[in-house]
Design a protein around this ligand. Structure first.
Ligand SMILES: [Zn+2]
Ligand SMILES: [Zn+2]
Length: 101
């Protein structure tokens, strides 16, 4: 992976989700699921907590769980031009969940 500092840009790409699907691991952590793996944009390790509340089923509106979440890069590395309150490189992608229920 390139060893250069990418500027912070909020961006997504279909390839991010494809790469993350093959490299990220998910494990339960209390009420959340922790996703851990290399960011498909910057390559830094990132861990995202998917809190259960965010994907609570809402049968009155959309029926079954839509089965996907938006994941943000939350790496701890430096990225130029990043707003002070933000983390990661700005990359985000869609995670398709495998419903094992
Ligand atoms: Zn990064
Ligand atoms: Zn990143």
């Amino acid at each position: 992976m390139p060893d250069e500092l990418l500027p912070y840009v909020e961006v997504t790409d279909p390839g991010y989700a494809q790469r993350a699907a093959g490299t990220f691991t998910a494990r339960p952590h209390g009420p959340a699921v922790l996703l851990h793996g290399p960011c498909p944009r910057c390559g830094h390790a990132t861990t995202s907590a998917l809190v259960d509340e965010l994907y609570r089923r809402e049968p009155a509106t959309v029926g079954p769980d839509p089965g996907y979440r938006t994941v943000l890069c939350e790496c701890a590395a430096e990225h130029p031009q990043r707003p002070a309150a933000m983390v990661g490189c700005g990359a985000y992608w869609t995670l398709v969940l495998e419903d094992e229920a």
